[in-house]
Unconditional design. Structure first.
Length: 203
């Protein structure tokens, strides 16, 4: 059912090409899946309802979209439509594909190993925590603060890097989170923990 609905969905050619590049995510024989047909609005937060989630329509979450599930890692989160939320938290080894725009009023946290994050439209967020994981975007990005960057979808045949408007130093100064002494300034799980508990990120 999951594959049949995705195959018949009104997805863009750019989405199809980008999704096809990630064949390692396509084995769903032993994992649960959830499909939401039509636009979906939640006044609070949304935790991924299944290891594989497909939304066929715009997704409007007033709180946080959180891909953490009962599994240790992995998962697939696909939206054929635009996404609006306050925060978006990915997961280790997870694949995120949005065939539309992603606008987050707060943070987009994607600094998880072996993960991918693709937005066919534009990406807008106040904070990007990517570290060495980047977001692939089709129509550009505007990020106020962040550790990391966005890159053009490979399927677009374009090259280009979009970095946050404020650099790493300014980001460290703006956040209430204490930076780490070694490695990347911020750990994704520390940021995610604050978001889940409702603690502020900015001073």
């Amino acid at each position: 059912m999951f594959d049949d609905l995705l195959a018949s969905a009104p997805a863009s050619a750019a989405f199809r090409e980008e999704y096809a590049r990630h064949e390692f995510l396509h084995d769903r024989r032993y994992i649960d899946a959830s499909v939401q047909e039509g636009a979906f609005h939640v006044e609070g937060s949304l935790r991924a309802p299944a290891y594989y989630t497909l939304v066929l329509g715009d997704l409007n979450i007033e709180g946080t979209i959180d891909l953490r599930t009962s599994y240790d890692s992995g998962g697939l989160f696909i939206v054929i439509g635009n996404v609006r939320c306050e925060h978006f938290i990915s997961e280790d080894s997870a694949g995120v594909f949005i065939d539309g725009d992603l606008h987050a009023g707060g943070a987009v946290v994607i600094a998880y190993s072996d993960s991918s994050f693709s937005v066919v439209g534009s990406l807008r967020a106040r904070l990007l925590v990517g570290n060495d994981q980047w977001a692939s975007v089709g129509s550009g990005a505007v990020i106020d603060y962040g550790i990391g960057y966005c890159a053009a979808l490979e399927s677009d045949g374009r090259s280009g890097i979009v970095r946050p408007l404020h650099d790493e130093h300014a980001t460290i100064q703006a956040l209430v989170v204490q930076p780490q002494e070694e490695g990347w300034p911020f750990d994704a799980e520390e940021i995610a923990k604050r978001i889940r508990s409702g603690e502020p990120l900015f001073k």
